[in-house]
Write a protein that binds this ligand. Structure first.
Ligand SMILES: Cc1ncc(COP(=O)(O)O)c(C=O)c1O
Length: 463
């Protein structure tokens, strides 16, 4: 039994009181039920007008109380959010946090951990670094590589490219030259976050056409570098394109970047998890030459939103670009301690790598490899089913766990109507995509609970 607050009304929110223990019970019970539920609906979004009608204003002078707020969340707000870890959520890149990872996210919040500096969060940073070192080892990067977990692939790509440009600027200063405009070379099929980073940085994007198979190769990159010369501060290779899960020819591209001394960044936000599978390991040969890489644990490494692992081959190059200097921060920046804030465009951060650390510790790396193998095998299997149905055709052979296919004779409107019907009937969430102007359907598979029966049931609706 805890004492009721004696510190006056201002401490009501922070003291351990009967009221706050009840709040805690409510929240933990909901979380436990959500994480142990066996058959969650997919749910779907609801219009803003309906939500205004269904959810009473909660942010008022007196509040509405935890019990009512929790009820609004459970019965109105949560059902208006698609269940992203549902086995038949197959759009975009899904998320499928392991039970241990999702549960440990609660611990991270409960512990009020600060993950920006070693001074404040040494223990948490140590554990995050253990994960980053493990990833670096899997990727073939040298001992001494390191980085930080950031919010997502977009911020990871931006932070890596800022470091690359800083490096190129220093080199250009050394040569006494400076290009009018900097440029980054990438595949025309690179993720939109590369163009977004370029806009933020006010640099040009040189988008190079990949081969018919979607793979960007060394000779195409060599030609782009010959044309654009020293103004290219980085080449981005994609290790698992978003639309198709295709891996660029990392070895061929690395040969060119090594020759020319150009920074190689590998965007493996989705696909680099595939490197953990013995089945596809060879696809990533050349990765070991990268200057920076990203992979998002919230995609295919079974972590909750939001987490992107950014690893630099030489972390000092990240630090030179990103460390913030201010009088009140001197106590942090004057030491040699490893402070995660120093490696990306951020300062305050939660140690969002901890759920991955806990999950890896709980289940072991082998369980991850097996779950990734399973998604690759399932993609190959459904690819064969599609190839065997006369009304369907594969757009490209799946390399990792994305399967793109067409329904012969369907227009964009047909795909849209079909996708809406699947969600209305709560069968699946499969948004249409397109390639070279032709509409198609796309399964992105990361959830170990997705089965071939789930996928064939969806294909049956296209007959
Ligand atoms: C290849 C690739 N890079 C970058 C991103 C952006 O990641 P985020 O959505 O976490 O910012 C994605 C997202 O799907 C992606 O597939």
């Amino acid at each position: 039994m805890h004492e009721e607050s004696t510190a006056g009304p201002s401490a009501r929110m922070h003291e351990t009181t009967g009221e706050n223990e009840a709040v805690l019970d409510l929240v933990l019970e909901y979380s436990r039920n959500r994480l142990t539920a066996r058959d969650l609906p997919l749910d779907k979004s609801v219009s803003s007008a309906d939500l205004r009608r269904l959810a009473p204003p909660a942010v008022t002078e007196d509040g509405i109380g935890a019990a009512r707020a929790m009820a609004v969340f459970e019965h109105v707000l949560a059902p208006a959010c698609i269940t992203t870890d549902h086995p038949r959520y197959l759009s975009f890149i899904p998320s499928a946090p392991s039970k241990a990872a999702a549960a440990f996210d609660i611990v991270v919040s409960a512990s009020a951990l600060y993950g920006g500096s070693w001074l404040e969060g040494a223990g948490a940073v140590h554990a995050e670094n253990e994960v980053l070192r493990w990833l670096a080892g899997e990727f073939g990067l040298p001992a001494g590589s390191g980085g930080v977990f950031v919010q997502g692939g977009t911020l990871g790509n931006l932070s890596a490219l800022v470091a690359a440009r800083e490096d190129a600027r220093e080199a250009a200063r050394g040569r006494g030259t400076a290009p009018g405009r900097w440029a980054v070379v990438c595949s025309a099929e690179a993720h939109s976050s590369i163009a977004s980073a370029a806009r933020v940085m006010d640099v040009d994007v040189v988008a190079v056409a990949p081969g018919e198979d979607g793979v960007l190769r060394g000779d195409a990159v060599r030609a782009a570098l010959a044309e654009h010369g020293d103004r290219v501060f980085a080449v981005v290779a994609t290790a698992g394109s978003t639309n198709f899960g295709i891996v660029d020819d990392l070895a061929g591209i690395a040969e060119v970047t090594t020759e020319r001394g150009t920074w190689l960044h590998v965007d493996g936000a989705y696909g680099l998890a595939g490197r953990l599978s013995a089945r596809r390991r060879d696809l990533f040969t050349g990765l070991e030459h990268a200057d920076s890489v990203i992979v998002d644990p919230h995609k295919w490494l079974f972590a909750p939103f939001d987490a992107c692992a950014l690893v630099y081959r030489d972390p000092d190059r990240g630090r030179r670009a990103h460390t913030q200097h201010a009088e009140y921060l001197d106590t942090l920046t004057e030491t040699k301690d490893w402070s995660p804030s120093d490696f990306a465009a951020h300062l305050t951060r939660r140690p969002r790598g901890l759920p991955t650390w806990f999950s890896l510790a709980t289940y072991g790396v082998r369980a991850y490899r097996e779950a990734i193998d399973a998604a690759i095998d399932l993609a190959a299997e459904v690819g064969r089913v599609i190839a065997g149905r006369p009304e369907l055709s594969l757009v490209r052979e799946p390399q990792l766990s994305v399967v793109v296919f067409e329904r012969v004779g369907w227009s964009k409107a047909d795909y849209d109507a079909w996708s809406a019907r699947l969600l209305d009937e709560q069968l699946a969430f499969v948004t249409p995509s397109s390639h070279q102007g032709r509409p198609n359907a796309r399964f992105a598979i990361v959830n170990p609970r997705t089965t071939i029966e789930d996928l064939t049931a969806i294909l049956d609706t296209m007959a």
